[in-house]
Design a protein around this ligand. Structure first.
Ligand SMILES: C[S@@+](CC[C@H](N)C(=O)[O-])C[C@H]1O[C@@H](n2cnc3c(N)ncnc32)[C@H](O)[C@@H]1O
Length: 234
């Protein structure tokens, strides 16, 4: 049988799951992530949940196809983590969903402050970062992954407190010297181009002075982050 291969985005998430973890994969769809990690003996057990029956059935099919033992993976239909108990998972992946949905799922399961969280939002990244910081979570790392022409960001999060973020940091995440993040430079350049286009579009309308100042401050903050990042790479 063909080996189960993950796409670069899912592979980058898999790489961050600690050896021996008890994983909860929320919104699992095909259950590729937990099945891959079980086949590689990287995790002890997995709960794979999805709110929809179709994706969960695809997950069951993946587990059957690759012969994953039933006592290793529990496939459950539930909203977020509603059907998962704290003692069942020390690592929680919530990937491929909107940032606001991710925060709603975490807000309904406060025990996640004691777990390692791997979050990969498809949208609303600033809102997700803001929510995490305001609700007792600290973002420990940010990794940019490129798949095709698209960039994805994976946040590594635990319960904790952080210094307040600037608007640019809320937009693209905080960076530290020594971060290993090969696509971050190109990602920052891409985000700057997008904000420049947004600002140009805004100026053609009739923006309020406050909205214009916010957008300009964001753009300047992003450019400063890019300069800092590029200086660290020399
Ligand atoms: C785009 S897929 C992502 C699949 C996989 N996690 C990945 O990153 O490749 C999103 C999945 O989240 C599920 N989903 C959406 N809302 C959910 C919720 N509130 N609780 C659990 N799963 C949800 C959908 O049914 C769908 O299967």
């Amino acid at each position: 049988m063909k080996e189960l291969e993950l796409t670069p985005r899912l592979m980058a998430i898999a790489d961050q799951v600690p050896q021996g973890a008890r994983l909860a994969d929320v919104g699992t769809d095909h259950a590729y992530l937990p099945v891959y990690l079980l086949l590689k003996d990287r995790i002890r057990s997995a709960v794979a949940s999805d709110v929809n029956e179709g994706p969960l059935e695809r997950g069951r099919e993946t587990a059957r196809t690759y012969g994953v033992a039933e006592d290793k993976i529990s496939l459950r239909i539930c909203d977020g983590l509603a059907g998962v108990e704290a003692h069942e998972a020390d690592t929680v992946a919530i990937c491929g969903m909107g940032g606001e949905l991710i925060s709603r799922i975490l807000g309904a399961a406060p025990w996640t402050k004691d777990a390692l969280l791997l979050l990969q939002p498809m949208s609303s990244q600033p809102e997700l970062r803001q929510w995490l910081l305001a609700n007792g979570y600290a973002i420990e790392g940010e990794l940019v992954v490129k798949e095709g022409e698209k960039y994805y960001v994976i946040l590594t999060v635990r319960g904790g407190v952080s210094e307040p973020y600037t608007s640019a940091e809320l937009w693209v995440g905080r960076q530290q010297p020594g971060d290993v993040n090969p696509h971050r430079g190109a990602y920052l350049a891409d985000q700057i181009r997008r904000r420049e286009r947004a600002l140009a579009g805004m100026k053609q309308g009739n923006p309020s002075p406050e909205a214009l100042a916010r957008e300009e401050e964001l753009l300047e903050g992003l450019k400063n982050l890019e300069k800092e990042w590029n200086a660290w790479q020399r």
